[in-house]
Design a protein around this ligand. Sequence first.
Ligand SMILES: [Zn+2]
Length: 719
Amino acid sequence: MTEDQQYAAVLADLCAAHHAFTPPQATTVSAGATQNLVIRQPGTAGGPWDKDETPYMVEPMDILGSRLHEACIFVGPARTGKTLGLLLGAMSHIVVNDPGDILFIQMTQDKAREFSKTDVRRAIDYSPNLSNMLSSNASDRNTHDIMFRNGMWLRIAWPTVSNVSGSTYRFSFITDLDRIPNAENVDGEGPLFDLARKRTTTFLSRGMTLAESSPGIEITDPGWKPATPHEAPPVSGVVGLYNRGDRRRWYWKCPHCESDFEAAPGLGLFHLPPDDQLIETVRTTDLEVMAKSYGSRIIPPCCGAEIPFSEKQALNRTGRWVSESEMLGNGKPKNKIASYWLGGVAAAYQSWESLVLRYLQGLRDYAITGSEESLKATINTDQGAPYMARHLVEMQNGALTPAERAADLPRYVVPEWTRCLVASVDVQGGSTARFEVQVHAVGPYLEQQLVDRYAIKDSKREGMGSDFAPIDPAGYAEDWNQLTEKVLMATYRTGTENREIKIRLCVVDTGGEDGVTDRAYAWWRSLKPLGFADRAMLYKGANTKGAPILRKTWQGKRNDKDKGDVPVYVCNPNLLSDAVAAGLRRQTPGPGYIHFPKPKHPTQNPGGWLPQAFFDELGAEVRGKDGVWEKVRKRNESFDLCRMIRAGLLRLGLDKIKDWSVVPAWLAPLELNSEIMTVEARRAMKEDEVVSVPLPTPQVRIVNRPKSRRRAVASPYLG
Ligand SMILES: [Zn+2]
């Protein structure tokens, strides 16, 4: 800019100063947005913001200009046009018609920069009424601060104490509140919403605070029932703020019977089959076909006549917000906080079909892997509803515990659907030193059955009298040979005589008292010459909450340059626990379900082989609010051993198999499985065994080895 140009710019600004003294235009925020905000998607001509596209935005936007209200809360899914309406629409009105400093609070500094450079930048560039208001002095503008010719500031910041407790603003607008990690407490100063609201109080009735977000805080009380028609679950975050306000919901008018009904958050209007039924079928159903059929229409509660998707925009155009006090017949609300909760079914930019499809996909993910992440994401951001963890949902349904579901199952015998056997070993030191061993038969989609559980307490070393010495996993390397002999060389009976199945993988914990780790490494090295190294997996629980579920590391290095020669799998116990717990909650056999034998009982089941203590240990850990599992009973071995077996299944890549009719030979059905051996072969293997010195690979005759139809089953968690 030359000096002349700069002078001209300053002069223009000075002359434009009368803007600051113009009285606020008596126009609504939504009308102001229509006048002043031009929307242009890349590659389109663009046009003014159109209230008819998102009619549900009009009232919340207009509240932002209301002198009767101090705050506006908007709970709603993505794809509602809330950024356009509540942030950019309101901004364009304020800049042109009703100047006052604005503070936009974005999730992080990066988000603030992004929002400034894309959304805000484009809104100003495409809207002549806004770009004309820009101060022509370039120094009045940077990524986070924009000054307009009328003297008003727009600040685009992120939640730190200095950003939200320094200056005062007439408007504080918080975006994505529930995605902000420190929203509950900003640097020890209190909740973000309250801090932001304080910024506006000097403006009295002209100040306004907005918080908008899709719900993100989980429901923790499975027993909660709404006390009033519009009450939301008792959670913190944006839903909690909604409850503090006057609780408005979006109602549609039924085109068939003219009744009003709520476009409620969630998927209630689609009348999907119940969840427990869906979970059983999502794996085998064509989800796209199902979503097309269920998402083509809604069925309102009034008359039950179907309303097709083509009517959605018409429903929104005649829709209206109804507050709780109107709902209860008490007239207009008097609350200073206007609060809105919109369901995903009304979201202008999301089809019903995709809304249903995303839910079904989330359920399928959960059914196959036990992971709730995508299910939670679609419920929060597509449906606009808060999430309740599956174990709580199922608790509501009066579900049976694993012990109550247990059946008469024999020890040492695998079920006919078995594809492989996986064992896990907990290493205990001290006065009760032992190896605690658990063995699961594993079938398609990780369905499992407990076929053995025992402790190895004796070593092969000489002990007192004629007994063997007690085992000492921390002290004696040779005691670990018991695992080779008793676990790696064990076989289990199938339903067919003279056909037994070997253990494919044995997962061993390497943590615990001093000495255990080194002995475990030495044991793994001893397996290499025996040809068993591939069948043993050393396990270590990760220390950090955000660790990946399974990560292969190399340990046992002798010096700094050494890379280590022992593979150790560092696992995230919390994520494994989630997956195990998902299987334990299942009420019917299927993916991840674990079949347990009935516990031994003196009168009801005297012939049982599994003690009741097994089930007590199984319930010894509970998931905390933060997703961290904690022990609530002293002994938790059963659960821990299930968790390690789960890690083994991931290491084998079983979670990635989509089609169980195309698998490697070791995963084939029993009649074709390459891990099957005859009783004679097993005896020969055991006789050959001299575990203290290196051995050639045991000679094993495998019957009926099928032509290997290999398919890559490598787990993505490796490497
Ligand atoms: Zn109706």
